[in-house]
Design a protein around this ligand. Sequence first.
Ligand SMILES: [Zn+2]
Length: 67
Amino acid sequence: MADAVDFANDHVEYFLQLSLLRFARLPEQPSAEHCEDCGEAIPPARQQLVTGCQTCVSCQELRERRR
Ligand SMILES: [Zn+2]
């Protein structure tokens, strides 16, 4: 029984490490100043809020709807 518990704990730790790794590997690319799709200027507030954003709000919505 004790072995099973240890095994489960190891698994939890494993997945915790995995998610931390995935979080650390988020793209660090800078936000675009102009929308990639329509060329509109992206508001500085959005650039700071959404690190690495490449499109304006409406184009982002279009992209997500297309998915
Ligand atoms: Zn756009």
